[in-house]
Write a protein that binds this ligand. Structure first.
Ligand code: SF4
Length: 225
């Protein structure tokens, strides 16, 4: 239902795996619009965003170019260090990494400076079609509301979501749930009355039961598997 409401838009189509990595680093702690402005700024200054062009630029040049994405002084050295590593270790392309089995590819990506599991999973899913389920803040919140997982750590949430989804659907559902989190299932005051999946939502049903009892809802137990 959510996939129909939010048909997947493959934002990584037409850009290289390295640009997908840069874009994902830029997206940390900022909005999609500002991440895009940062990427466009870098493209404007460097021409093409490649490991070679980024490694050849100074940190201050990169920081000025990505300024709109925020945290530019932290992100610029990370992006430049990633570019240098990709050049040195894989000849300037992430293709050899993306050709590895998912777990090895994830470990290789996470060995890059400033690349954590979420960034690695986004690159794996969006640039390499790996059947992983990247978890962002919206997805983590909704997985808990749906009682798919009752923990908040990244690996447990990803494992629970992967157990819950067919591999071929993971990228589409990752994108649909993010869109749902932005549109209706917000952290504060989710718009449940407009939500098309409320009948299947454990959090909503618990809240309804609590309202009927005239008490605050208890937290429903998490499903296993
Ligand atoms: S019913 Fe509310 S809490 Fe549940 S998925 Fe919909 S918006 Fe989120």
């Amino acid at each position: 239902m959510l996939e129909r409401r939010h048909p997947p838009v493959d934002w990584a189509a037409g850009i290289s795996p390295f640009e997908t990595l840069v874009s994902t680093i830029l997206s940390q702690s900022t909005t999609v619009a500002n991440e895009r402005r940062g990427l466009d700024g870098l493209r404007e200054v460097l021409g093409r965003i490649t490991p070679e062009s980024v490694a050849a630029a100074s940190e201050s040049t990169i920081a000025r170019a990505i300024w709109h994405a925020g945290l530019a002084r932290q992100k610029a050295p990370r992006i430049r260090a990633c570019a240098r590593e990709v050049r040195q270790r894989w000849g300037g392309s992430l293709d050899p990494v993306l050709a590895l089995p998912t777990r090895e590819a994830r470990d290789a990506l996470m060995s890059l400076p400033g690349v954590g599991p979420k960034t690695a999973d986004v690159v794996l899913a969006m640039a390499g079609d790996h059947p992983t389920f990247p978890v962002d803040t919206h997805i983590a919140r909704i997985a808990r509301r749906w009682c798919i997982v009752d923990r908040s750590d990244y690996k447990a949430t990803r494992a629970a979501l992967e157990a819950w989804t067919p591999p071929a659907k993971r990228m589409a559902w990752h994108l649909a749930i993010i869109a749902h989190g932005r549109e209706l299932c917000r952290a504060r005051n989710p718009l449940c009355d407009a939500c098309p999946v409320r009948r299947d939502c454990d959090w909503y049903r618990a809240r309804q039961r609590g309202a009927r009892r005239g008490a605050r809802p208890g937290r429903p137990a998490a499903r296993s598997g």
